[in-house]
Each structure stands twice: as structure tokens, then as C-alpha cells.
Design a protein around this ligand. Sequence first.
Ligand code: AHM
Ligand code: MG
Length: 323
Amino acid sequence: MLNLHDALKQADIDPALKEVLDTIASTCKSIGGKLRGGALSGVYGSESSENVQGEVQKKLDVVANALLKHALLNNRHVAGVASEEEDDVIGGGDEGRYLVTFDPLDGSSNIDINVSVGTIFSILPSPKPGSQITMDDFLQAGHQQVAAGYVLYGPAITLVLTTGQGVDMYALDYDGDFYQTHANISVPDSTQEFAINMSNQRFWEEPMQAYVGDLLLGEDGPIGKRFNMRWVASMVAEVHRILTRGGIFMYPWDKRDPAKPGKLRLMYEGNPMSFLIEQAGGAASTTRMPIMDVQPKQIHERVSVVLGAKEEVARVDQYHQNA
Ligand code: AHM
Ligand code: MG
């Protein structure tokens, strides 16, 4: 079986990028180790601190963030990192050619209840290797990403990765190595499964209400087919389901806080997941434009997210066309 190290060795990508990916994979093994131990690891529960987004940090958010930050900043190819759990970007080695953004533990409301969580990462080229980075260097649209992926900590620990040449999946074996289980994953164009937090329905824009209303009408409605619904409250698990058996995931803008264009963050949630989904033949939209075309203005910027089966994402866009 092909392990991650050999798969990367065979891939036609910059050796420095391979080293960065190796660092992320091995750090995620350590994070997975903490999760495996559950309450025994002493990492359940919340810290007294809040992150820059005003969310209470879980202990494991802080631990996962520290592990990734430390490992990446010690990799000479990393020019800087940005994390959901850090206020500002952090500079790495002056010679580094890559910037890494990450959500160290996505879906962290699921940690204490032992439901799937994940680490999401996105790798961008550093625009000016050889000099200290600033936040502006990170503000690149998603189509500039050179690699992206996630590690899902579920019943199995699974790494899903793209370097712009399709999407491959790896599982962590007992011997501590990731082995490839699926190559060139593809998302079916159509689906009968959707994921959205229905409790926000009254806060959505009218076109989103109309679209989901029509999904719920099933075979008697204008879409003409019956839909199933899933909501794990962990984007990594939702995207993993879509890459495995298809579907559409939505976290649209809502008027709970009109100043925020959605709940999910562009640079370490929206963009990397969009890169994976598009590389697998699916689509990713804000309802108005492709997510990866959004020009970021700040590192923790939020975005409206609709991604998955091409046909269904196009239908959502259509509902929003005249809005
Ligand atoms: P987090 O990064 O603070 O964990 O928040 C992101 C998560 C996503 O994983 C998930 O899709 C969404 O927030 C769940 O939101 P909700 O609380 O509305 O179910
Ligand atoms: Mg998150």
C-alpha cells in the first residue's frame, strides 16, 4: 500500500511543499493522539479565554493550535502562519516560500461529546520570500492555493489532500503511517442529500428560504426529487461525507449579525474546502460568485458557503440570480 511519504515523493510538486505537508500530517497524528485519549488526555472542556472571533476556546483548540504553530514555524519552508485561534499572522523563517492558514480544530463544539472534529489547512505561496511577511501577504484569493486539505478525527483518522492534481484520501494505520485509500475522488454532479443548520431558517435571505423550502417539498415540488438531510455541525465531517458519497453543504449568510457575511471563515475554512471540492469535480459558491474568486480583505474574514454537487450548487446560484 502507498503511504503518504511515498505518494508525496511520486507527486510532481516542489520538495519544499512536500516537507510542509509532512509536517502538517505528523502534527495531526499528535492531535489525533490527544483526541483518542478523550477525557484521559485532560483536554476536554473550555479555557477561560476567547479567540479573536469572540468564541470561547476549548482546551483542545488551544492545544491543537500550539502544536501546529510550533511545528510549522520550525519548518524552514514556512514563511508564516495564520490560525483561527490567533489574532494576527505570525512570521516564520525569512527564506520560507509558503504561507499556511489553518483551523486547528474545526467543529470544536463536538469535542466533549466525542463526535467528529477536524483540522483544516490551506497553503499559499509567499509573495516575497526573503523578507518578513505581513498580513497583506496572506490576502490572496483561494485560486492561488497550492495545496489544501483536512484531517478528520472520526472513528478513523483520515487525511484528505489536494495539491491541484485531484483529491486523494489516506487513513492512519496502527503503525502510525497514513496509507492511501482513495485516489482521484470525484463528487457526483447531482445529489439527494443536503446539509444546513435548519434552526437558522428564519434568518436566511429569501432565495435561500425558497431553495430549501423547495428541497423539503421533495418529489411534489419543483425540484422533483426527495431529499435526505444531515447536520454534524462539523464542516470537516460534512465535506468528508460529500467527498465520499456526494451531497450539498450550505452555511449561508444570515441576518443574525448582518455585518458578518456568513459564519465560516474564508481563509481557513471556505477556501481550502472549496479547493478540495472543485478538484473533485464539485462546485463552491458564495451564492453570488465562486468562493475561490473572493479577494480577502482580512485574515479572519467570513464568507457564505455553498459547496458540493455541481448541479445543486448551480441551482442555488440560480435562485439567487435576481436577488
Ligand atoms: P468552529 O470553527 O468554531 O468550530 O465553527 C465552525 C463550525 C463548522 O464546522 C460547522 O459547519 C459550523 O460551525 C456549525 O455551526 P452551528 O453551530 O450553526 O451548527
Ligand atoms: Mg472552524
